[in-house]
Write a protein that binds this ligand. Structure first.
Ligand code: TXA
Ligand code: MG
Length: 324
């Protein structure tokens, strides 16, 4: 059920979470499927509802750096990054504290945990009311396009989630950047809402590990399967012309002519606007009458890194993805 976020509905959602239930909640990046991150059964229920083929580790959502310190080994780099980007679209991977109460399943057997403080006021109100960290992958069936509106969650998860808090469309629109701080040089495991450039301006060089399928990065951040954000129609990237049966995902002031249906990620060529529109427009183009989705080139700078990463996954049509 989709409900407006009021003091009463947030309190009810928090009670559900404390009781081990699941609640879908808005964040500034995408909607999350939330459960008590300290409750193994709740975390197991998240994997079950998503239909994840394997136990990819989950992000624990907290209010701030002070809360994070109760669960992971905090250091100076984490402190500088949190001071600059929290609350916001940056997830930090840090060593679990020995006595960390975070679910082991949430870490999928790794001795590290991913943690982030979301900026959305409804997410913050829910975490505060629940009084515990909330584990939250994107609130969609595994492998499907991430939800940026409450209706997307209802379409993808249906009865599997009893309550969906409606926080409106997500302002960032792509998932958080995942940065591993347990390596000698911090490693970008997933490009996302905070750009590599912005991170490097705070902590210096960051190593890239852009989720090459089945490579080291895939093992380190198991969510990085190739075909992962896939619409049901084939996706063709960097097109310079459009075919008759295609729907066009355009970018910039000059959308290619000839498509049967066109959405423009950003007519002015603004990458933040494009990120915010990405998943909703991919969904809108994934409809009967459209044979394929053609995507115009997006610059590989700033937020373009995250956008192109998600588009490459949407276009990947490999064995790894068929298990989603
Ligand atoms: O924006 C977001 O990050 C959204 C919202 C809801 O917060 N959440 C999200 O969660 O995208 P999910 O589960 O779809 O992606 C989490 C990513 C996965 O790629 C996972 O492999 C990685 O973070 N991850 C989680 N824990 C990790 C760990 N201990 N070490 C390495 N990677 C980890
Ligand atoms: Mg996801």
């Amino acid at each position: 059920m989709i409900v407006a976020p009021t003091a009463a509905s947030v309190a009810e959602a928090a009670r559900l979470i404390r009781d081990g239930g699941l609640v879908a909640f808005p964040t500034e990046t995408v909607y999350g499927l939330g459960g008590d991150a300290t409750n193994e059964r709740a975390v197991a229920a998240i994997f079950e509802a998503k239909g994840r083929p394997s136990f990819n580790p989950l992000i624990a959502h907290v209010l701030d750096a002070a809360a994070a310190k109760a669960f992971v080994a905090w250091d100076g780099t984490a402190a500088r990054l949190a001071a600059r980007f929290w609350p916001g679209a940056l997830t930090l991977v840090l060593p679990r504290l020995k006595d960390s109460s975070l679910s082991l399943l949430a870490s999928a057997g790794l001795d590290t945990a991913a943690i982030r403080a979301p900026a959305h006021p409804v997410a913050q109100a829910l975490i505060r009311a629940a009084g515990r960290p909330i584990a939250g992958p994107s609130a969609n069936r595994s492998g499907a396009v991430s939800p940026t509106r409450a209706e997307h969650v209802a379409e993808s998860l249906g009865e599997r989630v009893p309550m969906i808090l409606d926080g409106g469309p997500c302002l960032v629109g792509v998932e958080s950047t995942v940065l591993d701080l347990t390596t000698a040089t911090p490693t970008l495991l997933r490009p996302g809402g905070v750009t590599r450039e912005a991170i490097e301006a705070v902590i210096g060089p960051v190593a890239l590990s852009n989720g090459i399928p089945n490579g080291a990065a895939a093992r380190k951040s198991p969510g990085q399967l190739a075909s992962h954000y896939a619409p049901s129609r084939p996706v063709r990237l960097n097109v310079v012309s459009v075919e008759l049966d295609e729907g066009l995902l355009a970018f910039g002031p000059s959308p290619l002519p000839g498509a049967s249906l066109t959405y423009n990620l950003s007519p002015t060529g603004n990458l933040a606007e494009a990120a915010a529109n990405l998943f909703a427009q991919l969904r809108a183009l994934d409809r009967p009458g459209i044979g394929r989705i053609a995507v115009m080139p997006i610059p590989e700078t700033g937020l373009g890194l995250a956008i192109n990463d998600r588009l490459r996954r949407a276009a990947a049509d490999d064995a790894a993805g068929s298990g989603r």
